[in-house]
Design a protein around this ligand. Structure first.
Ligand SMILES: Nc1ncnc2c1ncn2[C@@H]1O[C@H](COP(=O)(O)OP(=O)(O)O)[C@@H](O)[C@H]1O
Ligand SMILES: [Mg+2]
Length: 260
């Protein structure tokens, strides 16, 4: 498989504020020697309990945070936090959806402005309104929503709008950090189906962080498991979820009785 996003030996230490004047600052090793890659058109799931380092690793892979060790490459080019213009080529090829569809959409902006924003920010030529309408259609929304505001929508509809904004510029990789966690069960299933459809229709590569093993089972070709900042196991989804080798993965999966 042709590699698209490749992180090698990633580490991230946070120095926590000193508790008293006379004690040294404590270093928290949020991510330790983690290597994770996503191939062209590949879907990768990243699982692990809360606090295991998933979001920190993803932020580094997206050049939103600087690693204290290791390297990240996209399409063979090194990635690190930098100016908007130095990262524009990378931002054009990636889209991001976060957990909370309430916090991630600017309440003062209309849907048209929200979804077209990346086209402006990334200097993408063409008729932006037409591109927005096309993208809304992809995520199951009509042009009737263009002039409306986020508060007028339910959580599931908002997550569709957030997805449209993540996809409007035609990225090759979509990264989701717990993209369904804030949604009701029934809505979650609809958005999950939508993600699978988009992946298949657009040939998107996916990197999805989730503690929902059902989602990962449905969506991911490969899974990586994090515990205490380290990737303790990774492999084909069916291998990792059905015959986990690492004791931590075994415990994680045993805690989900419904996975068949
Ligand atoms: N900015 C930060 N400063 C200090 N510690 C942080 C910071 N961000 C994350 N951490 C710590 O790093 C660890 C991993 O956090 P995170 O990546 O958010 O885990 P996850 O996404 O798996 O829940 C946690 O112990 C968290 O408290
Ligand atoms: Mg997280």
């Amino acid at each position: 498989m042709t590699p698209l996003l490749v992180g090698i030996g990633i580490g991230r230490d946070f120095v926590l504020p000193r508790q008293t004047l006379f004690t040294p600052g404590v270093v928290r090793h949020a991510v330790v020697d983690a290597s994770l890659s996503v191939g062209v058109g590949e879907s990768v799931g990243l699982i692990g309990e809360s606090g295991s380092g998933k979001s920190t690793l993803v932020r580094i892979l997206l050049a939103l945070d600087r690693a204290t060790a290791g390297t990240v490459e996209f399409d063979g080019r090194p990635i690190a936090p930098g100016t908007a213009s130095s990262l524009r080529w990378f931002r054009r090829q990636t889209g991001v959806v976060l957990q909370d569809p309430y916090a991630s959409l600017d309440p003062r902006m209309r849907v048209l402005d929200i979804v077209s924003e990346p086209l402006r920010a990334l200097d993408i030529p063409g008729n932006h309104t037409a591109t927005v309408i096309e993208t809304l259609d992809r995520v199951g929304l009509t042009m009737a929503v263009l002039d409306r505001y986020p508060y007028e929508f339910s959580g599931g509809q908002r997550q569709r709008i957030a997805l449209a904004r993540a996809l409007v510029h035609g990225p090759r990789l979509l990264v989701g950090d717990e993209p369904l966690s804030a949604l009701d069960v029934t809505v979650r299933a609809q958005i999950l189906e939508l993600l699978a459809e988009l992946r298949d229709e657009m040939g998107l590569a996916l990197l999805i962080v989730s503690h929902d093993l059902g989602l990962v089972d449905h969506l991911a070709d490969r899974v990586a498991v994090m515990n205490g900042g380290r990737i303790v196991e990774q492999g084909a989804t069916s291998d990792v979820l059905r015959s986990p080798q690492d004791p931590y993965t075994q415990k994680l999966i045993a805690a989900v009785p419904t996975l068949d």
